[in-house]
Design a protein around this ligand. Structure first.
Ligand SMILES: *[C@@H]1O[C@H](CO)[C@@H](O)[C@H](O)[C@H]1NC(C)=O
Ligand SMILES: *[C@@H]1O[C@H](CO)[C@@H](O)[C@H](O)[C@H]1NC(C)=O
Ligand SMILES: *[C@@H]1O[C@H](CO)[C@@H](O)[C@H](O)[C@H]1NC(C)=O
Ligand SMILES: *[C@@H]1O[C@H](CO)[C@@H](O)[C@H](O)[C@H]1NC(C)=O
Ligand SMILES: *[C@@H]1O[C@H](CO)[C@@H](O)[C@H](O)[C@H]1NC(C)=O
Ligand SMILES: *[C@@H]1O[C@H](CO)[C@@H](O)[C@H](O)[C@H]1NC(C)=O
Length: 335
């Protein structure tokens, strides 16, 4: 089972390529959209059952591939199926059928008709197809995104058919032909159950904070005496108990953490090997050591990235005087 928080960070990395996902409307609307997305994908991949240990909703993201998958799910049309390729359910939404693989692949720029298994084996592609499904109107139905952020108004006919804006319409978009319009349905109840139950991992990690000296921070950072799942493995903080200073290692290079500002999303770090040693010629260029490494991926929303290395003002950008008294001063900011 993949932990929910890791899943969240994958979503955040992937979501940058979809304008509007999780970023539309006020904070409540954004949280509601992410909660609905997590609940629906949790149901699609659930390994729980009514009397499962810790309850039916403790078993999210268990199945990447549909169980007993030997069907081709190939319908005739504009997306002919190459020999031997099967389009059974894969990924967070259990994307199925050749036409869905064809359209999703076309829109995210990956040939999924010839390589359908990428939806199960490549986490980024997997989540891109899920967010694609969420953002794209399906047939004559609206997109799940438009429904949950309140940008869909049902027509008179849709109102008469009982289509009212809300979580239930999303279930109809996903699997309406099978699950809707015939009274109580266990699958529908399971989707609602996930929406109502906060993840147990979230509850466990919500109040777990890394504390060291004057630094105090929770997700997305891991480290300290917290559960490892409470943060990203590449953002592990360590505390030096003798000096109460916080350390972080990024792509094999050790840094001292000077400051973390959660709200402004600024992490200020200084290379340990250059602190007070009179040299300022990094062996590895900074762009190789940090900027191209996950999770520090410059996304489309982080177009402006400023690196200040021992600078008194941004006018001295790119000039690194070695002998000032200001060695501990590196800040990387993105907007
Ligand atoms: C934390 O303390 C260090 C010195 O121990 C100081 O350089 C740094 O500015 C302090 N950070 C904050 C956020 O107070
Ligand atoms: C480090 O922090 C602990 C707990 O706050 C404190 O007891 C200890 O004196 C601090 N050590 C130093 C060197 O500041
Ligand atoms: C400073 O650190 C770098 C990297 O570890 C090392 O190559 C260099 O020799 C050090 N300079 C001094 C003066 O110790
Ligand atoms: C990035 O910085 C440039 C130069 O300061 C500025 O003109 C531009 O508007 C900035 N872009 C964003 C997205 O903030
Ligand atoms: C780092 O540089 C900035 C920009 O010049 C300055 O405002 C800040 O006081 C410096 N911080 C430290 C710890 O030297
Ligand atoms: C740094 O070194 C340069 C010469 O290399 C010197 O002119 C300057 O005064 C020095 N600055 C400090 C703060 O020591």
């Amino acid at each position: 089972m993949v932990s929910t928080l890791i899943v969240l960070s994958l979503i955040i990395t992937t979501a940058r390529s979809f304008n509007g996902f999780g970023t539309t409307g006020d904070l409540t609307t954004r949280k509601r959209e992410l909660a609905a997305f997590l609940a629906q994908t949790s149901h699609e991949t659930t390994g729980g059952w009514p009397s499962a240990p810790d309850g039916p909703y403790a078993w999210r993201y268990c199945f990447i591939r549909e169980q007993n998958n030997d069907q081709a799910y190939c319908l005739p049309g504009v997306w002919p199926c190459p020999r031997g390729r099967l389009y059974y359910g894969r990924g967070p939404f259990q994307l199925a059928y050749n036409f869905n693989y064809g359209q999703a692949g076309r829109d995210i720029g990956v040939d999924l008709i010839n390589n359908p298994d990428l939806v199960a084996t490549n986490p980024t592609i997997s989540f891109k197809t899920a967010i694609w499904f969420w953002m794209t109107p399906q047939g004559n139905k609206p997109s799940s995104h438009n429904v949950i952020v309140g940008q869909w108004t049902p027509s008179a006919a849709e109102r008469d058919a009982g289509w009212l804006p809300g979580y239930g319409v999303i279930t109809n978009i996903i699997n309406g032909e099978l699950e809707c319009g015939h009274g109580p349905d266990d699958r529908v109840a399971d989707r609602i159950g996930f929406y109502r139950s906060p993840s147990q991992l979230y509850e466990k990690c919500r109040d777990a904070v890394f504390k060291c000296g004057n630094i105090s921070i929770g997700y997305p950072f891991s480290g300290g005496d917290r559960e490892p799942e409470c943060g990203h493995p590449n953002l592990e903080l360590r505390c030096d108990d003798f000096t109460n200073t916080t350390k972080i290692e990024i792509v094999g290079i050790k840094y001292k953490v000077l400051d973390i500002h959660h709200e402004s999303r600024i992490l200020r770090i200084a290379r340990e090997d250059f602190i007070n040693n009179g040299s300022c010629r990094p062996q590895i260029p900074i762009q190789d050591s940090i900027l191209n490494s996950e999770p520090f991926v410059p996304g489309s929303r982080n177009t402006n990235l400023t690196l200040l290395y021992d600078c008194q003002s941004s006018s001295s950008l790119g000039i690194f005087p070695c002998n000032s008294s200001n060695y501990n001063n590196v800040s990387i900011t993105t907007d």
